[in-house]
Design a protein around this ligand. Structure first.
Ligand SMILES: Cc1cc2nc3c(=O)[nH]c(=O)nc-3n(C[C@H](O)[C@H](O)[C@H](O)COP(=O)(O)OP(=O)(O)OC[C@H]3O[C@@H](n4cnc5c(N)ncnc54)[C@H](O)[C@@H]3O)c2cc1C
Ligand code: SF4
Length: 495
């Protein structure tokens, strides 16, 4: 137990910073998080950490953040030291402090029979304070190795890899096909979940550390892998896994049936000042979102903010149970039904529905309804769906905008145009244990290697691949191995 506050968890209740009221936040695109927090409240929350000896929270965190250390430092008002401990394992704690689903909290020892420590809020408050106080400065390396590394893709994996490699002294150039740096942190995750100035100030820091950025370059089209390997000593592909899974049923070609990602990106660009095409606007429309996951929730919340007339999120599966099942014990993330932030704002959810057609009843080329069937599934011993039993067919649901958010099928490798890069059975880029592809010196990190995952995993992947590249270039590395490498983490939460 902590020497300073051995019984903090008995004296204080959990009090997170929390979110803005759903009824008010749904009227704008500003962050849903409460803007202001009280340092004293956070200090007290830090006291609730009992420093239990076996920090299961750290095993729950994919990058092994040194959670008990910074909880203790915050509880003693030592914010600047807390920031240093936070940055020791996480290049961009604001990326995670605002977006992470916090598997660390469900793994917290207190969560066995009490409320977990507000770990994510403490992380956010440390990094918010660090920026506010001007403590976050460029840290260029003191020496250069003479090696050049190309990083392809500027999402959290690419940026973390770039910063680590640059700190090891290599000259790093990041190639990004989009006009803005940041990957899904900028085009994908809605502005109200993560404000984009948070990426821009990190990019300024990385530039000041000596990293070069080349926007608007699609590797595979503008520049081949061969050209990269000729010009650079190593290449890191951090191209994400954005190929969306489709619904191949009649009427798919109708106007108003869109991939959720197209819709979310259009609204991101709109928030940055671009005009919004009529098809991307749900104002006054009846919206149906296909897919019960997080991307679907973001589509629903965007539709609320655009002023949709109604919004329903449909899942092909039945709802999860209300309480933990025996095969899902602590410290695993609970697989239970929880109303998402989007549904807390408005809208409905519906389960066990499978779409059989998109309907154009007035023959104007636009979707106006969905044809659905109520289903039950037979599953194998891994829980995978094997057989569909139709309980009721021909259900018609009005819909003037349909957003398909039923998952992703791996990286968009077609644009890489290189037959030597192979895909795993899970449609991810295949690598060896060093994260290296069959092409010598070409490595992979992030969603491109793991499949669509979480920001925190992408940062961990970027850190790990940087160490592997450094080892490959120099024969040794002073970059830290991540917790993923040292201990296998807890099973991830299903998205
Ligand atoms: C809608 C949505 C919401 C999400 N919300 C959350 C959340 O709340 N919390 C959370 O933890 N995770 C969330 N995620 C998951 C998280 O965003 C990803 O796991 C993470 O961004 C992956 O990082 P990455 O760097 O591997 O890839 P990405 O962020 O996808 O970045 C890949 C980059 O590579 C670029 N690129 C691709 N091909 C090329 C090429 N040939 N040449 C040059 N550049 C190329 C792309 O343009 C892109 O910028 C969400 C995902 C989605 C889709
Ligand atoms: S990165 Fe996520 S899992 Fe790790 S400490 Fe922060 S909130 Fe928890």
């Amino acid at each position: 137990m902590s020497e300073n506050h051995p019984d903090g968890f008995r004296r204080h209740r959990r009090r997170p910073i929390g979110y803005r009221e759903p009824a008010s936040r749904v009227r704008d695109f500003r962050q849903i998080h409460r803007f202001h927090w009280d340092p004293e409240q956070l200090r007290i929350q830090g006291e609730r950490c009992m420093d239990c000896g076996i920090p299961t929270c750290m095993a729950g965190c994919p990058i092994g953040n040194l959670i008990p250390d910074w909880n203790d430092l915050v509880s003693r008002d030592a914010w600047r030291q807390a920031l240093a401990r936070l940055h020791a394992t996480n290049n961009f704690p604001e990326f995670t402090g605002y977006t992470c689903p916090a598997p660390c909290e469900t793994a917290c020892t207190l969560a066995i029979n009490d409320d977990a420590v507000t770990i994510k809020d403490i992380e956010r408050s440390i990094i918010d304070r660090g920026w506010e106080a001007g403590w976050i400065r460029p840290e260029p390396p003191s020496r250069r190795t003479g090696k050049q590394v190309a990083v392809v893709g500027s999402g959290p994996a690419g940026l973390a890899a770039a910063q680590q490699l640059n700190r090891a002294g290599h000259r790093v150039t990041v190639f990004e096909r989009d006009d803005v740096i940041g990957g899904l942190m900028v085009y994908g995750i809605p502005d109200f979940k993560f404000a984009k100035h948070q990426v821009a100030r990190r990019v300024r820091q990385l530039c000041d550390e000596g990293i070069r950025f080349r926007r608007g370059v699609t590797v595979g089209e503008d520049l081949s892998i061969d050209e990269l390997t000729e010009q650079f000593d190593a290449v890191c592909l951090a191209i994400g896994a954005r190929r969306p899974r489709d619904v191949a049923v009649p009427g798919r070609e109708l106007q108003g049936v869109l991939f959720g990602m197209e819709y979310l990106c259009a609204e991101n660009r709109h928030q940055a000042g671009a005009p919004l095409e009529a098809v991307m606007n749900a104002r006054g429309k009846r919206v149906v979102v296909l897919g019960g996951g997080d991307t679907g929730a973001d589509c629903l919340a965007t539709a609320h903010r655009q002023g949709a007339r109604s919004a329903v999120q449909i899942s092909i599966n039945p709802p999860l149970p209300k309480t933990r099942q025996p095969d899902n014990p602590w410290p695993q993330s609970p697989r239970i039904h929880q109303r998402t932030y989007a549904l807390q704002e408005s809208g409905e959810e519906a389960f066990s529905l499978n779409v059989s057609a998109f309907l154009d009843q007035d023959h104007d080329g636009w979707v106006d309804a969905l044809e659905l069937e109520r289903v039950e599934w037979k599953r194998d011993d891994q829980g995978r769906r094997t057989e569909k039993i139709v309980l009721e067919a021909g259900i018609v649901m009005p819909a003037e905008r349909v957003f398909i958010a039923i998952g992703f099928e791996g990286p968009e490798t077609a644009c890489l145009n290189d037959a030597r890069l192979t895909l795993s059975p899970r449609h991810t880029l295949e690598t060896d244990e060093r994260k290296m592809t069959p092409v010598p010196g070409v490595f992979v990190a992030g969603d491109a290697r793991r499949g669509q995952s979480l920001v925190v995993w992408a940062i961990g992947e970027g850190r790990d691949v940087a160490r592997q590249i450094d080892l490959w270039l120099m024969g040794e590395s002073r970059l830290p191995p991540s917790l993923q490498t040292r201990h296998p983490p807890l099973p991830p939460r299903g998205l």
